[in-house]
Design a protein around this ligand. Sequence first.
Ligand SMILES: [Zn+2]
Length: 291
Amino acid sequence: MRPKDALPVVYPSHCPVCETPLIRKEGEAQHYCPNDKGCAPQLKAKIEHFIGRKMMNIDGLGAETVEQLFDAGLISNFSDLYDLTKEQVLPLERMAEKSANKLIEGIEASKNIDFPKVLFALGIRYVGETVAKKLAKHFKSLDIIQNATLEELIAVDEIGDRIAESLIEYFSDEYNLQIIQKLKAAGLQFEISEDDAAPVGNALEGKTIVVSGTFNMARDAMKNLIESNGGKVGSSISSKTDYLICGESMGPAKLKKAEDLGITMISENEFLALIGNASGEQQEKGQVSLF
Ligand SMILES: [Zn+2]
C-alpha cells in the first residue's frame, strides 16, 4: 500500500548513542546495539528493569532517580545499588532526608525478595517472569541453573533452545558473574524458599474457579495456587464459573446450584493433579477428600 514514490526504508547502521555498529540476529526483526556494557541508555534500562514492581520492587527508587544516580557516577549497574549510602544520595537534586531514607530502606528491603523475582530482575534475554518462575521452581537455586548444561535446561517444560542458549551465554560472561557475586555478597535471595516451591504454570489460564468447603490445605494457599497457575478466584458460583473445587461440609444449596449450571466439580486432589502437583501427597498422610 506504500505510494509509488516512497523511498526504501533505511535502517540505522550504528547506535545513535554510543555509535557501535548495530547487529540483527537471524530471524529477528530488531536491530540491537551489542555494546550492552557501555551503552548508557541500555545500562540505565537494565537498572530500571531490576528495580521494577514485578522484580525487586524497590520503594523510593524510580527511573528519574536511576538517571541521577547513574549520571552522578554513583551506580553503573544494579549491583552498585547495594553500596549506596544516605550520605552519597543526599546531595542529589530533589533528594531530601526523607526520600534518601526511603531509598536506602527500599534497597535494603529488596534483599528479601524471592528468588524467582531476583532471577527475572537480572534481565537475562528471553527470561521473563514466567520463565524465571519455571527455572527457579525446577532448579531451586541460581548455582544449579548456572551449572546446568544445554540439555538439562531444555529438558525443562517450555524451555527451548533460544532460552537455554541465552542462559548459557549469560553465565559464560565474566561481567555478569561479577554482578551476581556482588549481589550474593549483599545478601539477595538466590535460592528458592519453601513458599515458592508451589507449582507455577498456566494450566488454569482464563478459568474462573470457586472454592467451597474445607480442605486439607489452607484456603488461602489454595487461592494462591489458583492464581499462580493463571486462574481467577471467583467469589460465588455463576454461569461464568469453570470449576468448583468441592471441600468437606460444602453447603447443599451451593452443590445444587453448581449441578443446575452444569459446572465441573473437582476435589482437592483433582485440583492438584490439574495444576501438575504430585496428587498423591495429601493421600499419603491418610487424609482423603470427599470424592
Ligand atoms: Zn549503543
